[in-house]
Design a protein around this ligand. Structure first.
Ligand SMILES: Nc1ncnc2c1ncn2[C@@H]1O[C@H](COP(=O)(O)OP(=O)(O)OP(=O)(O)O)[C@@H](O)[C@H]1O
Length: 306
């Protein structure tokens, strides 16, 4: 197993030029994803999710910065390497399951198709398709065409198609955007099972913050930058019960920048300038005009207001 990170985005910048106006969609985005991670990237509309995904899928190149997936430098992909990257290295699942499925083929034939294209012998194709349909809990749809499956079954079938060629990384773009919440839970559970059983690195990109309950790591992007990360782990209580702990971290980029959560900024009325104080084990941040007296260590000292 490779110890190299699956995905490296280093200071990614993407500027769009439309009619003389520049839109900075990504402004120095950093992201490191380790092999086998199950990660969600969450952001509001316009935060830069599609721009990032377009770069990671090899459809677009950044204006500056570096991006690589499984050792493939996405800025240097020639036509042949790009086709190889899309066929063998990165799998994709879209919001509309139908994007990944052939309407005239059964579920089993759909899953076997990428293997056929890669020259895998018939017996192996049939076995692999059966294995994946079982893993995704849709064996009963083996002979059904997409139109004969529910939305959730179609999406699970699309996941099976996307991982048929054993890609190292699977990107899922709003995979539950068109599903009700119960069906969405089933699709998230299917992605988790795929991650557990096949070891595929999975990145789910969505505007839905609920996804955080289904993954180990959630990266929030805001204004084209990674703003915060929530890490989720299971720990044992003193009584021996399992408990899920979710902790939110701000992301410190290589230039030392941190984005404060919006609610912190509004609660303390922070704006323009803030005062920073280095303590032995933390950094304090105070509103510019009401910070501590240098060396006092106490926030809000009156002297500071003068
Ligand atoms: N081709 C383009 N030309 C000009 N501006 C663009 C282009 N594509 C995206 N943008 C702008 O870049 C910013 C980021 O857009 P992006 O589509 O990446 O966000 P998003 O998080 O995917 O949003 P949504 O969830 O609505 O799809 C937005 O301000 C958007 O208007």
């Amino acid at each position: 197993m490779t110890t190299e990170p699956s995905i490296v985005c280093d200071n990614l910048v993407r500027i769009y030029q439309t009619e003389g106006v520049e839109v900075v969609a990504l402004q120095g985005l950093d992201l490191l994803v380790e092999p086998g991670d199950l990660l969600a990237i969450v952001g509001a509309s316009g935060s830069g999710k599609s721009t990032l995904l377009n770069i990671l899928s090899g459809n677009d190149v950044p204006t500056a910065g570096r991006a690589s997936v499984a050792g493939y430098d996405l800025l240097e992909l020639s036509g042949r390497r790009r086709a190889e990257y899309r066929r063998d290295v990165a799998g994709f699942v879209w919001q509309q399951a139908s994007h990944g499925l052939m309407p005239f083929l059964s579920a089993a034939e759909n899953v076997a198709l990428p293997l056929l294209i890669s020259g895998v012998p018939r017996r192996e194709r049939t076995e692999r398709a059966a294995e994946l349909l079982t893993l995704l809990d849709i064996d009963h749809c083996r002979d059904h065409r997409p139109a004969e499956m529910s939305g959730g079954e179609q999406q699970r079938c699309a996941i099976a198609v996307a991982v048929a060629n054993r890609p190292q990384v699977l990107f899922a773009d709003e995979p539950t955007g068109e599903l009700d919440s119960t069906t969405a839970d089933e699709v998230f559970a299917a992605l988790r099972r795929t991650n557990d059983e096949l070891g595929t690195t999975i990145v789910i990109v969505t505007h839905d913050p609920e996804v955080a309950e289904h993954v180990d790591r959630t990266v929030a992007i805001r204004d084209g930058r990674t703003a915060s990360e929530t890490l989720r782990r299971t720990e044992l209580t003193a009584e021996g019960h399992e408990r899920i702990v979710a902790e939110e971290y701000a992301v410190l980029d290589r230039a030392g920048r941190v984005q404060l959560p919006r609610e912190f900024v509004s609660t303390l009325g922070l704006r323009d300038r803030v005062r920073l104080e280095l303590e032995p084990d933390h950094v304090g941040v105070w509103p510019g005009a009401g910070g501590p007296v240098s060396g006092s260590g106490e926030p809000g000292g009156e002297e500071e207001a003068r």
